[in-house]
Design a protein around this ligand. Structure first.
Ligand code: GLU
Length: 478
């Protein structure tokens, strides 16, 4: 029998899409693509109390940014309440579930008593299971608030997780899970199983935290007499100190990474390697390569450590892959947002030249303004910084004067980084100056920075008159 592979990502709109969530989505997506299957998106929004405004947008925008397109229509659980109620009623009818009228107070007392008896795990004591059909009917007719609980059968539940191997649990350790709440909404467990079945999901790929829920789900599949999908539970994404990755470790939300100037190619590539080992030395993968190479069998069951340095390295790699025009376009919003830069005063061509100079070094797009600010305003130059380590302030002045005079004689058509470099270095040699004691002050005078591209690259982009002007001002100030 050949069944089509169908996977899904099923986030709850309870907060921003985090990097761990994106990884879950990516693995489910890649597994589907690798197997010519389909990848669906379902919003698990039945818990109204945990709903957070804006989170659905964050999820949709994050997935779109990463390039993870889903098949079919977006499924909203909140629109399917009647379906869950119908199935819950069927379970009750078949004797697999029962009405429970216990109040929050009843349950609290039950828990207290169980704890006092020395139990570390408390569970529902099934007192409502002992109600006669007449008692149940009377309470329902009287409109008594109630929930529907799963009647966990005795025995054992076993399944093989595609990442973790065999998992076996004693049903006696499974609580009679609430399936339908008193407000008529399903719990996660009921809705999740019904939807995975209705959507024809063949492989449930999700976070490790749902592993303990899986036996309940399997019991439900069995009660409905439905095919049980395969399960793969992905290990957690950990911070370098092996704690759960959280805000205190820096950015965690996908859109935050976007705003910091990470490219989607880099983020996708990086998180694919969080737990998946391609089995070769290759580390750079495009999304379409991942779609061909990804293998669930090579996903690690131990926690994956988030390493920002590696992400930065990959981001630098993808930044270098861009054409200058593409990179300038990507950097533009950051330059526009920089209040010290009046970007509208500059032509595209100039912005491209400026950005082009940083392409080799740039790790995040958001660094662009800070790195290139001296191209958009004359820098404040620290006279101390201009003095090369083996030189003196007097020598520095002399070199700057030489540069000013010499550069003024260079015709415009020779004003390119390579020609400037050739002729300036030749002249330095002729005069018996050193490269360091001449070029260091030139570079610092033009940029105000300790680190920057070479003085010839800066001079080329600034143009002859601005270069001369900057040198002149520095000399006059001394
Ligand atoms: N709604 C669950 C979550 O937000 C999804 C669990 C699952 O994929 O089954 O993590």
């Amino acid at each position: 029998m050949s069944t089509q592979i169908k996977t899904r990502f099923a986030p709850s709109p309870t907060g921003d899409l985090h990097i761990g969530g994106l990884r879950t989505a990516l693995f489910a997506y890649l597994f589907a693509k690798k197997n010519q299957g389909q990848f669906f998106l379902r919003v698990e929004d039945t818990d109204q109390t945990r709903y957070k405004e804006g989170s659905l947008n964050s999820i949709l925008e994050g997935l779109k940014w990463a390039g993870l397109h889903y098949d079919g229509d977006l499924v909203y659980q909140s629109k399917r309440t009647a379906i869950y109620q119908k199935y819950a009623a069927e379970l009750v009818k078949a004797g697999h579930a029962y009405h429970c009228f216990c109040t929050a107070d009843d349950l609290a007392t039950m828990r207290q008593e169980q704890t006092a008896d020395g139990n570390t795990v408390t569970r529902y004591d099934r007192r409502c299971l002992n109600l006669t059909p007449e008692e149940v009917k009377a309470k329902l007719d009287a409109g008594t608030p109630h929930v529907i609980r799963l009647k966990v059968p005795s025995g054992e539940t076993e399944f093989t997780d595609l990442i973790r191997g065999k998992v076996k649990i004693n049903n006696a350790d499974v609580d009679d899970q609430i399936l339908l709440k008193s407000d008529g909404f399903p719990t996660y467990h009921l809705a999740n199983v019904i939807d995975d079945h209705d959507m024809g999901i063949s492989h449930v790929i999700r976070a490790e935290e749902w592993l303990p829920s899986t036996p309940k789900h399997i019991i439900l599949y069995q009660m409905f007499d439905w095919d049980i999908p395969e399960f793969a539970h992905l290990s957690m994404v950990l911070a370098p100190d092996r704690s759960k990755l959280s805000k205190r470790h820096g950015a965690t939300s996908v859109l935050e990474f976007k705003n910091l100037g990470y490219l989607p190619e880099a983020v996708v590539n990086y998180i694919a390697l969080l737990g998946w080992n391609p089995g070769t030395e290759q580390e750079v993968f495009s999304l379409s390569e991942l779609e061909k190479e990804f293998d669930l069998a090579k996903v690690n069951k131990s926690g994956a450590i988030f390493d920002i340095e590696k992400l930065n390295w990959l981001n630098g790699h993808y930044i270098r892959q861009k054409t200058i025009q593409e990179l300038a376009e990507l950097c533009l919003p950051y330059l526009q947002a920089d209040e010290n830069i009046k970007i509208q005063e500059y032509k595209n061509n100039y912005i491209e030249l400026v950005v082009g100079l940083e392409q080799e070094r740039l790790k995040k797009l958001s660094e662009i303004g800070e790195r290139t600010k001296y191209f958009f305003a004359r820098p404040t130059v620290d006279p101390q910084m201009m003095v090369w380590k083996k030189s003196t302030p007097e020598e520095t002045q002399e070199r700057l004067k030489f540069l000013l005079e010499f550069l003024a004689t260079v015709p415009e058509e020779n004003w390119t980084r390579n020609t400037l470099q050739d002729i300036v270095i030749e002249e330095i040699g002729r005069r018996g100056y050193g490269n360091g004691d001449t070029l260091w002050p030139m570079r610092v005078a033009l940029s105000g920075e300790e680190k920057s591209p070479s003085p010839f690259e800066i001079a080329e982009v600034l143009g002859k008159s601005e270069t001369i002007e900057r040198l002149k001002m520095i000399i006059e100030k001394a």
